[in-house]
Design a protein around this ligand. Sequence first.
Ligand code: MN
Length: 478
Amino acid sequence: MGASQAGPETTDRDAFPDLRSWLRRLAATGRLAVARSGLSLIDELAAVAKKLERDRAVLFPSPGGHAIPVVANLFADRGWVADSIGVPTGQLLARFQEAVRHPRRWIEVGQAPVQQIVHREVDLLRLLPIPKHNEYDSGPYITAALLIARNPKTGVQNVSIHRCQVSGPDRIGILLLPRHTHHYYKMAEEAGEALEIALVIGVHPACLLASQAIAPLDADEMEIAGALLGRPVEMVRCKTNQVRVPAHAEIVIEGRILPHVREPEGPFGEFPQYYGPRANREVIQVDAITQRSQPIFHTIVGGGMEHLVLGEIPREATLLDHLQRSFASVRDVRLPRGGTCRYHLVVKIDKTNDGEPKNIILGAFGGHYDVKRVVVVDRDVDIDDPVEVEWAIATRFQADRDLIVVSGAQGSKLDPSTDGGIGAKMGIDATRPVDADPNVYRRIGVKGLEAVDLAVALQPDGEAALARILAAQNQTDW
Ligand code: MN
C-alpha cells in the first residue's frame, strides 16, 4: 500500500482522511482556537474546552508541560458533524442511515503512521497527556478512545467508546455497559482468558460517529466508517495482539481486559450532567503504546457538547429508521439537548389520522430504552427550535386527551430519577386534529417578511435621519 509511505504531515490530496485533515478544515474555516502553551491537564484544560464548546475546537500545546498536544471540541453542533462527512445538515441522518445499511469493508496494510514509535515500557501519565475533566472525576480519564475488540471465536471486530480511568502506570479501569464489547469479554472470561483490545486515540470524526451506531452484534462499526468516508479504512495489526486498528490514528494503547478482575472505577461526569458512581469494574492491562512520531491526543469533556452531539446523531438515525419501518408518516426526529440528547425525543410527522401519533409514541418507546419522553408534532414545527416545540405543546395539546403515561418501564440507569433504571415513559401528542378548521389553526405571519432586505429597507445613518425628522416636526408644530 502506497499509503503506508505517507508521512503524518503530508498534504497529499489522496491522503487518508484522519484527525489532522479535520483539524485543518476547522482551522481554515475559523473554528479552531489554539490555547496558551502549558495549561494544566488538571481542571484548566477542560475548563477552557468547556468555555468554547459551542463555538470552537481548541488545541492545547504542551499541556502540563507534556510534549504531546491535546485537542478537544471536534463537534460544536450537528452542522459540524454534517460538514465532517461532507453533507448538508439536512441530509445528515439519511447519509448515516445509508452508511449503516451499506457498510464498506476495511483493508489491511503492513505499515502505519500510528506505529512509527512503539513503547513497550508503559507509564500512561508519563507517555500521554491525559486530562482530568469534571470536578469530582476520580482523576485523569481517557475519554475519546475507540475500543476495538475481537470476537474471541470468529475474529469479527467491534468498535465502541468507554470511559477509561487511569488506575496505574499500565492499568486502566473501564465501564463496560452490557453491549457488544461486554459480550465478547464474557465469552473470553468464561474460557478463563483475557480479551485482547486496543484503545485508539485521534481518528477522523467519521470513525467516532460510526462507533456510536446502534448496529447488530458482529457488525464491524469500522465498516460503517468506511461507508461514511466513501473509501475503505486502512487498518494495521497491533504489535502485541491480533486486533486491527486504523493505520492513520494518532495513538494506540494495546492491552487485554483481564478475566475475573474488578477494581474501583469512578466517579465520572456523564452525559445526564451527573456523576456516574464509583464501583468495582473491569480492568485493562496495558501491553504497549504505539504512536505517530508527533502525535495529537484527543479528549472529550464528559457531558460536554462534543459528548452529547457524538451520541445524538447515530441514535437519531437509528430511531428514525425504526419508526419509518412501521409509520410512513414519520418525517424526522430530534433528541434535543435539554433531554441530554438521549431521553427526550421529538418526532415530526405528516399526520393522516388522529390515532397515529399515539401509535408512534408507543413505537418510539420500543426504539431505545433511554427514550422517556416523546413529543409528536406536525410538519410546520421547527424541531431544531425548542421554543417551537414548546409552542406546539402549548397550543395543540390537552393533557386529558393527548397524554400517555407508561409506568415501571426500563429506562436509563444513569437517570438519577429512576429506580435503578426502572421508570416511567410519557408521550405527548402535540398535533392538530386532521379535520381541524384551518382558520382556527392558521399560524399568524407577516406578509413579505422573508423578502425583506435590511440593507435596502433601512437608512444607513439612523441618528441623522431621526434629527431631520424631528427638525421638520418642530417647524410644523411651531
Ligand atoms: Mn457493535
